[in-house]
Design a protein around this ligand. Structure first.
Ligand SMILES: NC(=O)c1ccc[n+]([C@@H]2O[C@H](COP(=O)([O-])OP(=O)(O)OC[C@H]3O[C@@H](n4cnc5c(N)ncnc54)[C@H](O)[C@@H]3O)[C@@H](O)[C@H]2O)c1
Length: 568
């Protein structure tokens, strides 16, 4: 070992080394933000040797996870106009030791042909070849991590482990080497995989859907940063509480695999400003109300704000509007599309990916990966009204509302019929209550405006219009039309018995064939529990024949028969 000594550049190799050094430094900064790099050069018998090295590491003892990356690339050549062999070796090591001690070593030798031109072009060519090889390697390792738990580990399964206890395979599924806590490590190695992987997420609109999307991202543990933005500070507080209680519930039922509830919730940054914590490989999900103008404006602003950042993907979570129309102001059309989530997002496994005519395949691939990362299943659909699910669902729920409005059947019977007769897990009214009446109304209204001849004719529902105008949106507003069967009755009662209007149109003068009196079906006749309801309004008028108790008697809700009030 000697002291530092003055170093004299080798005159033949130095211009080549200096050109490569400049390019190498940029490559290293772009892809290994915490790494170090160096380029060495010398010549012997007229031959020039260049060697370029990279070292990057992440030590996270708190997360029980460390890792190191080294790659060395060298080339020997005679001067301009020749061809040479670029030789490289990549070495990666990951050490994960929370519940055991697992190490991953990987080493790969690479050889590529390189054409030697001038100093600058040769340096650029060498960078291109190295970037291609390292990205390929990164992608292969990432893919391997993902499939290993499904293949290698499951193949290793024993009938009964020596501990005589069932193995928790789900734990293994999410924790092979690079688990939630170590995801960071993989990102730090390189961010230049040929397929752009979403690393950061920004959600605009922290309502029902936005908070669900943020929660799913948080519990997946796959992202560096998650930002939930809303214009309304109160809504952000509600969202935070809602997410906390939902994560707590799912965690206690062992439906999610997280380190702690606090850690998951705290991984979301709640803010009124559109300022993601990090914007590299950022996915922006817009989830504001279903209003075209407002959505277009948001995307116009986002497009300007993130201009020049080619790693941003923009998506809308619209249910009914045209994805293309919403995004007319987005400049990077190839990085724009739709992601349609379902409510409640943390429980619903489906996400529809909407491929606009201009959306690139690379963007679709990145969205597929994102959906898989949050442990959901994606389906692909063109930008058509309602995509797949709502195209079928909206006409179905619309007809259910019409049935009740016409008085063909009750809310309860329609729900029961579809559950028991069609095998649906919930009836149309229960579903509408959960998804929000306003969302259904916006979809129907938006479809009417689209004037698409392939769509079924959609007429407005007075019932839904009235509820939405009164802010009775369903569970999300705490006042539903269904909200359990009890609230259905409360709702019908309030809706129809709250008016002082007494004119009953539609059934005046009708006589039933069995001679009974014909009246408008009054959903709130005098009953044992409520002998003096308000008069029925026209809204609920249903000119069918049915038994009404005469003025001295009331309807017994239990038996459906008339009896004097004092016998109730
Ligand atoms: N509710 C569903 O079942 C469902 C399902 C799939 C898709 N969607 C779609 O998701 C979107 C959101 O629906 P939701 O049910 O979550 O609505 P929501 O009303 O619950 O939430 C919307 C949120 O956006 C916020 N907001 C309004 N303008 C904003 C702006 N300019 N910037 C930032 N935040 C803004 C509001 O404060 C509100 O918190 C809609 O496009 C809807 O069609 C809804």
């Amino acid at each position: 070992v000697s002291d530092y000594e003055p170093w004299k550049p080798d005159p033949l190799s130095e211009p080549w080394r200096a050109a490569l050094d400049e390019v190498w430094l940029k490559y290293c900064t772009d892809h290994y933000p915490n790494g170090v790099c160096a380029v060495f050069g010398f010549s012997k018998n007229g031959q020039i040797s260049l060697t370029a090295c990279i070292e990057g590491h992440t030590y996270q003892p708190k997360n029980y996870c460390n890792g190191k990356w080294r790659s060395v690339w060298s080339v020997v050549f005679e001067g301009s106009g020749s061809r040479a062999e670029l030789k490289g070796v990549i070495k990666a090591q990951v050490h994960y030791y929370e519940d055991g001690n697992v190490q991953f070593f990987s080493s790969k030798d690479i050889q590529k042909q390189i054409t030697i031109s001038n100093e600058k072009q040769t340096a650029e060519e060498m960078r291109r070849l190295v970037e291609e090889a390292e990205s390929e390697y990164q992608t292969a390792v990432s893919d391997n991590y993902r499939t290993m738990s499904e293949t290698t580990f499951k193949a290793l399964r024993r009938a009964l482990p020596v501990i005589q206890q069932k193995l928790d395979w789900n734990r293994l599924t999410v924790r092979p080497f690079v688990s939630q806590s170590c995801a960071q490590l993989r990102h730090n190695f390189s961010t230049s995989a040929s397929r752009q992987r979403v690393e950061n997420v920004l959600i605009i609109g922290g309502g029902l859907m936005g908070s669900g999307i943020a929660q799913s991202c948080a519990t997946s543990g796959k992202f560096n940063t998650i930002t939930l933005q809303d214009v309304n500070q109160k809504q952000l507080e509600i969202s935070r509480k809602g997410i906390e209680s939902s994560v707590q519930k799912l965690h206690s039922k062992k439906l999610i695999n997280i380190e702690s509830v606090d850690k998951a919730v705290n991984s979301i940054h709640f803010t009124q400003k559109i300022e993601p914590k990090a914007d590299k490989n950022l996915l922006i999900v817009e989830a504001i109300p279903e209003l075209l103008d407002a959505k277009q404006k948001i995307f116009a602003n986002l497009s300007q704000q993130f201009k020049g950042n080619d790693s941003v993907i923009f998506v809308t979570n619209t249910s009914s509007l045209s994805v293309q129309e919403i995004g007319v102001n987005v400049e990077a059309q190839e990085r724009y599309g739709g992601l349609h989530f379902f409510n409640p997002v943390p429980l619903m496994r489906l996400v529809e990916i909407i491929k606009n005519v201009t959306t690139s395949q690379q963007t679709v691939d990145a969205l597929k990966e994102f959906v898989a990362d949050i442990q959901k299943v994606s389906v692909l659909c063109k930008d058509t009204p309602g995509f797949i699910v709502n195209r079928l669902l909206i006409p179905y729920s619309g007809e259910a509302v019409k049935m009740v409005e016409r008085g063909d059947a009750s809310f309860q019977d329609v729900d029961t019929a579809m559950k028991l007769g069609a095998g649906y897990p919930m009836g149309p009214f229960e579903l509408m209550d959960m998804t929000g009446l306003d969302t259904g109304k916006f979809i129907t209204d938006a479809w009417a405006k689209r004037k698409d001849s392939s769509l079924p004719e959609m007429t407005e529902s007075k019932l839904v219009n009235k509820l939405v105008s009164e802010g009775r949106l369903g569970r999300k507003s705490g006042k539903g039309c269904v909200f359990g069967l009890i609230l259905i009755l409360v709702f019908i009662y309030e809706t129809n018995c709250g008016s002082n209007e007494t004119t009953i149109k539609g059934c005046e003068g009708k006589v039933c064939s069995d001679g009974k009196r014909c009246v408008c079906q009054n959903p709130c006749p005098p009953t044992c529990r409520n002998p003096k309801p308000n008069p029925c309004n026209t809204f609920w008028c249903n000119p069918n024949c049915y038994l009404v108790c005469d003025g001295r008697e009331v309807l017994d809700e239990k038996t459906g028969r008339c009896k004097p009030l004092n016998e109730c």
